[in-house]
Write a protein that binds this ligand. Structure first.
Ligand code: TYM
Length: 340
């Protein structure tokens, strides 16, 4: 018995196919996916089973799944290296989620702030799936015994739940270190991109104001316009060491610049110190257009050939299933099912 998980390091992450991706998804997740793919075995899932926890039009779900695949590819994920696939094509995700429903405690799930935010006052009327959502997320990760999970900061609590589930399974069935306790990879200036209209709320697909976010499908003109309209304040760009806690919008724009350029926040602050937003905003918009526009046109090129996207996704699902099958066999046998 070793006191530490000794399996291979493996990366897993997922994105929901619930609409156009935005700058937060790109900086919090996709950009990291690309950076990690050559150093680790990586699985990047399109989590359509999570998407249906709220109503999705069937035809739209298909096209949105292809759109996320196109975004992965356009961002630079190489499907010959990393595994990209839709979650619903590897049925073991659902099977393991059920086992984990029997391991996780309702008290743990009740604490999930994302459920509370999404359900709001309507908790009695949302799907059971939305409630169990984070348990399925744990199944996604642990089905492959993934050790690291690149995500934005909003997923931190879900990752803690995944660790708790892994630990309880290992304890309950007396299989120490059977599952690794997956580590979130969150750090970096893009981990929490905020709304362009309100620096205290997260940039999100569900914000009713389109001006609050930069979508990966936005044209260069729209990107420039949105940054021009972005909320700031009466001050100028801060200097090094200045406390920005009461200037959340400025703090956010500096973070976006740093994440896009790959520089530290300090470098960005030093460059723009004392300048007006009339100088900073166009520089930020230019940088964003520079980074995002080639990706947008590449995405559209991939989307022009949906059959090719489907081929890539089927192949990815086959590769994912091959990794999941032996792990799932072990899990069934550990739980005590006949025939396993
Ligand atoms: P989703 O689809 O909401 O978001 C996809 C990724 O984008 C990150 N993100 C952000 N990062 C920085 N700033 C923001 N404003 C921002 N908004 C979103 C998210 O943190 C995420 O990394 N539950 C997950 C999907 C999922 C998953 C998994 C992730 C399902 N199973 C297993 C990791 C591992 C979600 O809803 O992501």
């Amino acid at each position: 018995m070793t006191d530490k998980y000794s399996g291979p390091e493996r990366i897993f992450s997922g994105v929901q196919p619930t609409g156009a991706l935005h700058l937060g998804n790109y900086l919090g997740a996709l950009k990291k996916f690309v950076a990690l793919q050559h150093d680790y075995e990586c699985l990047y899932c399109i989590v359509d089973l999570h998407a249906i926890t709220v109503w999705q039009e069937p035809a739209k779900l298909k096209s949105q799944t292809r759109e996320i695949a196109a975004a992965y590819l356009a961002a630079g994920v190489d499907p010959d290296v990393a595994i990209i696939y839709p979650q619903s094509l590897v049925r073991e995700h659902m099977e393991l989620a059920w086992y984990f429903n029997c391991v996780a405690r309702t008290g743990w799930v009740n604490r999930m702030t994302q459920f509370k935010d999404k359900a709001g006052k309507n908790a009695e009327n949302v799907s059971v799936g939305l409630y169990a959502y984070p348990v399925l997320q744990a199944a996604d990760i642990l089905l492959y015994k993934a050790t690291h999970v690149p995500v934005g900061e909003d997923q931190k609590q879900h990752l803690e739940l995944s660790r708790d589930i892994a630990q309880k399974f290992n304890n309950d069935f007396s299989v120490p270190n059977f599952f690794p306790l997956p580590e979130p990879l969150i750090k970096g200036p893009g981990a929490r991109v905020m709304s362009l209209r309100d620096g205290t709320s997260k940039m999100s697909k569900s914000d009713p104001s389109d001006n609050s976010r930069i979508n990966l499908t936005d044209s260069a003109e729209v990107i420039v316009k949105k940054f021009k309209k972005a909320k700031t304040d009466m001050g100028v760009m801060p200097g090094p060491g200045e406390d920005l806690s009461d200037r959340p919008e400025v703090d956010n724009l500096i973070g976006i610049y740093a994440a896009l350029s790959g520089e530290t926040r300090q470098t960005v602050i030093a460059r723009f110190e004392g300048q007006g937003f009339g100088a900073f905003k166009p520089a930020l918009a230019d940088l964003a257009v520079d980074k995002l526009s080639p990706m947008t046109s590449l995405m559209n090129r991939y989307l022009a050939d949906p059959d090719e996207i489907d081929r890539i996704l089927m192949r990815g699902a086959d590769r994912a299933r091959a990794l999941a099958t032996p792990i799932m066999d072990e899990i069934r046998s550990t739980i005590g099912f006949l025939g396993s």
